[in-house]
Design a protein around this ligand. Structure first.
Ligand code: TRP
Length: 342
């Protein structure tokens, strides 16, 4: 993305920004809900994507494993088609403006607001032994991520909607207090397959934290393992292959098949009319394997080339830092910090 695009406010293309936490592997759920949409958006928007490594520190991590996981995650994003020629891609921790802006936003956010966030309450309950400040400050860092780049559109999963609302509230409050500074962003919840459900419990979201590893597959998983999990996928009573609320298992598999093949759910229903569940599950597994094969192959190449990842990540961070610096200096001026720049 060219910085001029951002500079020329009148003619600027819309800025789309999103972050993803580096939690080991990109699952089918992450792929359908986030990364595949990022891939599609790169041509249409000025795209900024980053690995939210600072957000990930709100949970205790084993340092060596975490570092390696972050590198692997970067390679997985490249393999999924995030293209450094068309998007800015970097590690959040490499651009200090994120946390600098966070501080100023902290001073414009109320403890009451932050402590009311559903995710904060959930995570506090789940990690009662580690309710750290970062956990409560998480959405303010996310607001900083978004507001730094004058983002217009922020693709997020449904579970992050409340955080996006808070970012909007903070932006509006700041603009009212100090004069027009931030773009108030819109959320973007993708239509197709916004939510992929667990293969072993189709009433809950597909998640790596699922204690049952049969519930999810990743973009770099080996083919035999993917096939095994799809063949075992939990289905519903009856034998019809149709998407209906009383058939969460079959509906989930149809949605996955639709996203993997680009066919509509209706077309898929027709294609499998009269087939047994077993045949259908095998076909869905094969579609996933086909879609992920080039990703797994590209991942192997990227993961083996640390120098390339370093080069791309550094260049991405430099570009991001240049864009962010403009917003940050404006914010500092607005709140009355001394500056000796012109
Ligand atoms: N909190 C987001 C999630 O877990 C990740 C994230 C961090 C993000 N910063 C962001 C998403 C900014 C969108 C915009 O999904």
């Amino acid at each position: 993305m060219s910085e001029n695009d951002v500079k020329v406010q009148n003619e600027r293309r819309k800025v789309v920004l999103s972050g993803i936490q580096p939690t080991g592997v990109i699952t089918l759920g992450n792929y359908v809900g986030a990364v595949s949409n990022w891939d599609k958006m790169q041509d249409e928007y000025d795209s900024i994507f980053f690995i939210a490594d600072l957000h990930a520190l709100t949970v205790r991590r084993e340092p060596a494993e975490f570092r390696q996981g972050c590198m692997s995650f970067f390679a997985q994003l490249l393999a999924c088609g995030i293209d450094p020629e068309r998007a800015v891609l970097y590690f959040q921790s490499h651009v200090p403006a994120h946390t600098e802006l966070q501080w100023i936003l902290n001073c414009n956010t109320y403890v009451g607001e932050a402590s009311r966030m559903t995710q904060f309450k959930d995570k506090s309950a789940r990690h009662a032994d580690n309710i750290n400040m970062g956990l409560m400050d998480y959405p303010v860092l996310m607001a900083a991520d978004i507001l730094l780049f004058r983002s217009d559109l922020v693709p997020v999963g449904i579970d992050q909607k409340q955080h996006l609302e808070l970012a909007r509230d903070i932006a509006i409050r700041f603009n009212n207090r100090y004069g027009d500074t931030f773009v108030v962003p819109d959320g973007y919840i993708p239509k197709t397959g916004a939510k992929v459900c667990s293969l072993s419990d189709p009433t809950s979201k597909m998640s790596k934290s699922d204690p049952d590893p049969n519930g999810w597959v990743s973009v770099i998983e080996d083919e035999a393992s993917i096939m095994k999990k799809f063949k075992r996928a939990v289905t519903d009573s009856g034998s019809e292959i149709v998407a209906r609320p009383d058939k969460p298992g079959i509906s989930n598999l149809l949605a996955i098949y639709s996203v993997m093949t680009g066919k509509s759910v209706e077309a898929a229903e027709k294609e499998f009319a009269g087939c047994g569940y077993g045949t259908f599950k095998t076909a869905v597994g094969e579609a996933v394997v086909e879609k992920f094969r080039p990703i797994r192959e590209a991942y192997a190449r990227f993961a083996a080339d640390k120098a390339y990842i370093a080069e791309v990540a550094k260049a991405g961070a430099e570009k991001a830092a240049r864009i962010a610096a403009r917003t940050l200096s404006k914010v500092k001026r607005k709140v009355g910090l001394v500056s000796f720049d012109r």
